[in-house]
Design a protein around this ligand. Structure first.
Ligand code: MN
Length: 321
């Protein structure tokens, strides 16, 4: 794997004892920008860990008091080469996209948007939302599928009670539960809630790598303690997920897994591409309101659409594993 970034490492990362095999990735605090700047905890991409399977982006936010933070109001912006996966723990977000979708994102229900060759969408927390708490995840599309059609799916997975542990599988399959939501590479996404002092062992796909993102913690992962906001990485070859809640309060994690994604990608702003020229062309198409991304109807906020930032002066290079 090569490091293609120019900036010095401001990403806080600590490697834990090799004994447990768990690598702990710390989050960095990122303001989303705009007049009402929501802050998120970003655990992917990281310099030394750009992807987990095809998962290429993970933002964790809240619980935020909307009266203080202003909530979420993201004007129409484009995506290409990826799928967005929205998952909430609290609150409600109104989604509109250029496929014509008008949908609500609710706790425990996944909204998966496939950009195909280009899509745009807006995301606004609803007036009834008082606390906003969730994750925004992206999945890179393989080269063979990244120029396909736009798509949007909503799925409310059943809650499987495993005795002190409640499991919801929103992408892929785990513990006999399977999501019907379409993915383009072998992938897993699940929410696991552990009651006070609960423990669980679940069989994993050994061909996958996995990440455990802690929403409510601490949580023990194969003997390593992960704090809230941290992402514990399990390399391919891990056959069992060992989780333990050491405390007398509920713990909650998201499990993200997938077969190692072997394509080199370039992520810039809201685009996933393969070359600098391609990213430049996506940016230019968005700026001139090209048909590639379509139009969002019904977004009442301002600005009418988010302008792309200027491209960096340096040539964008792929992140290779
Ligand atoms: Mn988006």
């Amino acid at each position: 794997m090569s490091n293609t970034e120019q900036a010095p490492a401001e990403l806080a990362c600590r490697s834990l004892p090799a004994k447990s095999g768990v690598e702990v990735l710390a989050a960095r605090d990122v303001p989303l920008g705009g007049p009402r700047a929501m802050r998120v905890r970003r655990t992917l991409p990281q310099r030394q860990r750009p992807l987990i399977g095809a998962w290429c982006f993970a933002d964790h936010y809240g619980p935020d008091d909307v009266a203080v933070s202003g909530g979420m109001d993201v004007a129409p912006h484009p995506h290409v080469g990826l799928q967005t996966v929205s998952w909430l723990f609290a609150g409600e977000v109104e989604h509109r996209d250029s496929l014509g979708t008008h949908a609500l994102v609710r706790p425990g229900e996944v909204n998966l948007m496939t950009s195909g060759h280009g899509i745009c969408h807006s995301e606004v927390s609803t007036p009834g939302t008082t606390i906003l708490h969730g994750v925004q995840l992206w999945v890179a599309l393989p080269d063979a599928d990244r120029n396909g059609a736009r798509d949007f799916r909503h799925y409310a997975p059943p809650a499987a009670d495993l005795g002190g542990v409640v499991l919801r599988v929103f992408l892929g399959a785990l513990a006999g539960l399977e999501s019907p939501v379409p993915v383009y590479s072998p992938l897993l996404g699940a929410e696991i809630v552990l009651a006070a002092h609960a423990r669980i062992s679940l069989p994993l796909m050994p061909a996958y790598e996995h990440g455990v993102l802690v929403d409510l913690g601490p949580v023990g992962l194969s003997g390593t303690t992960l704090q809230r906001g941290e992402l514990g990485y399990l390399p391919p070859g891990t056959a069992t997920l060992e989780l333990a809640n050491p405390k007398g309060e509920t713990a909650r994690i998201l499990l993200l897994g997938g077969a190692p994604f072997h394509e080199d990608i370039i992520m810039w702003w809201n685009f996933v591409g393969r070359t600098h020229e391609e990213i430049e062309a996506f940016r230019e198409a968005w700026q001139r309101e090209a048909e590639q991304f379509g139009l969002v109807a019904g977004y009442a906020g301002t600005p009418r659409r988010l302008p792309a930032p200027p491209l960096p002066a340096i040539r964008l290079k792929p992140r290779s594993r």
